[in-house]
Design a protein around this ligand. Structure first.
Ligand SMILES: [Fe+2]
Length: 434
């Protein structure tokens, strides 16, 4: 595809694909579609100044080709700049209602109000997180860069991606109750937890028979059971939306974070929050403290690639790559827009959750009946190698190629040559130099 054309022309095939695909109400790249759009529909497309204008233009054009009328809003996201150590906290942690101070993953309240008040048929807005219930259709818009958008990740075949998710999710949902999970990662993570049957009693969009598309929940969300057992250490060098940090070691006992060691300035800030919330009892947790481990989520799209401008806010940070198949992000704190966050915001108490990513993890489920499922094998989502998945992939070409990851996170001493000890002294220096 030629990159020289202006006005988003070179991006149009991707935009046309998205606009024609079914809708799903998720921010999961590879699943997003606006396909119910009809001639005469009114669409509000709301981006911000960190988006490449060509991505916005191409999307609007594809809608107009389908006969929709599209109004475009570009809000001011402030200057683009290099990430710093505290951006993850700025994106995720609050002490008052999110409507007063939206987080990175909240849609902008006045944009959402405008869409409702003016009777738009579809609002296209939001980079991540969940999508709130609305009377009108509401779909996400997570592609900040041309390289996010004009990518094989965007057009990864929907039926194939669905099957990849279903095959990975089936043993967790169907055989998980009463089983035990074990997660390890060569950067030092080792955590084990029980899949207590009570977690399966109240199915939801987050944790239910239908997979949480491209965000498979290998640990259930809040509320946390009295007998939660997750114990071990989480160790890594990246989060969703901050500068890479020297290895942080988060020690979890029976679900709760007990210690945070290392992590540089990110670690210091986390330790302060840990102390601030130590005596607060949140409605969703069995004992006091904010930092409980609940999000251990698996990305599923093999074609996701880290953006080349990763050091800048406008790259979307590592949040983008959490969607790549096999990358696990672990989140500790309250659940995004859960009842506990509403409660904390109203009471002006600290809430939100912080992340550590595992880029080459192995995840094994031991079921109550003694069967063993390796869901991740050294960063490979094993459902990509399932027989039915390969048969489906064959419709689109050589399955080996169709199901191959387009990018492997470079980690010296683990996925690329070098010494991990050298990388660990300055992960940002390594990641930003590539
Ligand atoms: Fe999260």
């Amino acid at each position: 595809m030629c990159d020289g054309a202006g006005g988003g022309e070179s991006l149009l095939p991707y935009a046309r694909y998205i606009v024609s695909e079914p809708e799903i109400r998720r921010t999961a790249a590879g699943f997003i579609g606006y396909g119910r759009t009809r001639p005469g529909d009114r669409v509000l497309l709301a981006a911000d100044t960190h988006f490449d204008p060509e991505v916005v233009e191409a999307t609007a054009k594809a809608f107009r080709e389908r006969g929709a009328r599209v109004d475009v809003i570009v809000t001011d996201a402030g200057p683009d700049r290099e990430f710093d150590d505290l951006d993850e906290l700025r994106a995720a942690i609050r002490r008052r209602p999110w409507r007063e101070e939206p987080r990175r993953w909240e849609g902008i309240p006045w944009v959402q109000e405008l869409a409702a008040r003016e009777g738009y048929d579809l609002l296209v807005h939001g980079k991540g997180g969940g999508i709130p219930p609305t009377k009108h259709r509401y779909e996400a818009f997570p592609w900040l860069r041309k390289e996010h958008f004009a990518s094989r990740a965007t057009v990864f075949p929907r039926d194939l991606h669905t099957l990849v998710n279903e095959r990975a999710w089936r043993p967790i949902w169907e055989e998980g109750p009463g089983g035990r999970m074990h997660l390890t990662d060569p950067e030092g993570t080792e955590v084990t937890w029980d899949m207590w049957p009570e977690y399966f009693d109240h199915p939801s969009a987050m944790f239910g028979p239908v997979p949480r598309w491209n965000h498979l929940m290998s640990h259930p969300p809040t509320p946390i059971s009295e007998r939660e057992s997750a114990s071990g250490t989480v160790r890594g060098t990246t989060n969703h939306f901050g500068r890479p940090f020297v290895p942080i070691t988060v020690t979890v006992e029976k679900g709760r974070v007990e210690h945070v060691e290392g992590g540089g300035v990110y670690g210091d800030a986390w330790r302060e929050l840990l102390a601030e919330a130590r005596d607060i009892t949140y409605p969703c947790f069995p004992r006091p403290g904010l930092f409980w481990l609940w999000e251990i989520a698996i990305g599923t799209n093999p074609k996701i690639v880290r953006a080349s401008n990763i050091r800048y806010l406008s790259s979307g940070g590592f949040e983008w790559e959490r969607r790549r198949s096999g990358i696990v992000h672990l989140g500790m704190g309250t659940q995004w827009r859960g009842p506990e966050e509403k409660w904390a915001g109203e009471n002006h108490l600290v809430y939100g959750h912080l992340h550590v990513h595992c880029m080459a993890a192995t995840l094994v489920l031991e079921t109550a009946k003694g069967k063993s499922y390796t869901i991740l094998d050294k960063g490979r989502l094993t459902s990509l190698d399932d027989g039915e998945v390969r048969d489906c992939a064959a419709k689109y070409g050589d399955p080996d190629r169709v199901l191959a990851e387009d990018w492997v996170p470079p980690i010296p001493g683990i996925t690329v040559p070098g010494a991990y000890e050298d990388y660990a002294k300055d992960p940002a220096g390594f990641i930003y130099s590539r």
